[in-house]
Design a protein around this ligand. Structure first.
Ligand SMILES: NC(=O)c1ccc[n+]([C@@H]2O[C@H](COP(=O)([O-])OP(=O)(O)OC[C@H]3O[C@@H](n4cnc5c(N)ncnc54)[C@H](O)[C@@H]3O)[C@@H](O)[C@H]2O)c1
Length: 337
């Protein structure tokens, strides 16, 4: 298939492109490089032998988006593009609503105008909001008490996609709700490369391991878990990427929602300790007060994806730590921009 990957120079997009190419697909990329580096493209070529075509523009630009669709014939779109920093979205809500919603509206318009009716959308476990259960199934009601504007943009886009599906019988939409992707490609050629202050735990851990940061702050050690720190569902980014290939293969009319997670809860402290033993580096950390909105524990019930997509994770927490460390050692300064 000829696939357009939006946000394809980003962390998850780049790993997904490698898996798409490995499965024989042709890939084009749109990215405005707001949170990524052009150097990703040559790294993808190094791994796969193929260079995806990169279009550098902002998807909020309706005309540029429309022109891209007029000049190409795409069979499917995988939509990763968006801003994703939870904390920043609380500070700059309008920036998040504007970027994430307008880019998606522009993209969906271009798809419908050009009869491209197969979409895979990057959503997040954040859309489950606050619930009284820890194991999340797709049947849980979503959208209540979402703790930040970023998560609300994901929920709003999910609803928008469902409405479009209701109005167009041939529209095939797959919404993938990711849990916590970490790790890197085992080649060490591509990985997570935060351009500013990291938003997620793993890049913080690696920055402490390399001495770029003095210590890791762990928010809360008085949660009702075995070691008092929060438990999350970490998923290797390559497993996550393969989930997209599986979803594409099984795409069918209607709107389908799947959790992509490992189904295994791991505590923050367990992750830190595993990383430390694999890298041989001691990770200095300090406990500080809980972060508002953080839940003690949640993880995916991934059984629907296994049953319907024939997909499940293959990689362990040890693999995630080993591949992250390998990426970090090979690229101490990330990509050359
Ligand atoms: N990484 C996670 O923990 C996580 C978890 C759940 C969901 N997601 C979602 O998955 C998707 C990919 O995440 P990621 O971690 O790879 O993030 P990322 O920031 O590495 O990649 C997103 C890419 O989108 C691009 N982009 C943003 N706005 C754009 C616009 N208007 N036009 C064109 N390009 C634009 C950025 O430059 C970046 O390359 C995002 O939608 C994110 O919200 C990520």
């Amino acid at each position: 298939m000829n696939i357009l990957v939006t946000g394809g120079t980003g962390y998850i997009g780049s790993h997904t492109i490698v898996e798409l190419i490995a499965n024989g697909h042709e890939v084009s990329v749109v990215d405005n490089l707001a949170n990524s580096s052009v150097g990703v493209i040559s790294r993808i070529k190094k791994i796969t032998g193929k260079e995806p075509k990169l279009y550098t523009f902002d998807l909020c630009d309706k005309e540029a988006t429309s022109n891209l669709f007029k000049k190409n014939s795409f069979d499917a779109v995988i939509h990763f593009a968006g801003l994703k920093a939870v904390g920043e979205s609380v500070q700059l809500p309008l920036t998040y609503y504007e970027n994430n919603l307008l880019s998606t509206i522009s993209l969906l318009n271009a798809m419908l105008d050009n009869d491209v009716d197969r979409l895979i959308f990057s959503s997040s476990a954040t859309v489950y909001g606050s619930t009284d259960t820890t194991r999340y199934r797709e049947t849980l009601p979503a959208g209540h008490d979402i703790s930040n504007p970023y998560g609300r943009t994901k929920y709003m886009i999910e609803e928008m996609i469902k409405d479009i599906g209701n109005a167009n019988d041939s529209f095939e939409a797959t919404i993938l709700r990711y849990f916590n992707p970490i790790g890197a490609h085992e080649s060490g050629e591509i990985g997570e490369n935060p351009l500013g202050l990291p938003n997620n735990l793993m890049p913080f851990i690696t920055q402490v391991a390399t001495g770029k940061r003095e210590e890791l702050l762990i928010f809360g050690n008085d949660y009702p878990t075995e070691d008092g720190t929060c438990k999350r569902d970490f998923i290797h980014v390559v497993d996550l990427a393969r989930g997209h290939v599986a979803a594409l293969k099984k795409s069918s009319p209607g709107t389908h929602i799947y959790n992509l997670g490992s189904g295994i809860p791991t505590s923050v402290l367990q992750l830190v300790n595993t990383f430390s033993s694999i890298s041989g580096k001691s990770i200095k950390y300090r406990f500080t007060s809980r972060r508002e909105g953080d839940l003690a524990e949640f993880y995916a019930d991934p059984s629907k994806a296994e049953l319907e997509l024939g997909w499940k994770v293959e990689k362990s927490i040890e693999d995630m730590c080993r591949d992250t460390w390998n990426w970090q050692l090979k690229n101490p300064n990330g990509y050359d921009r």
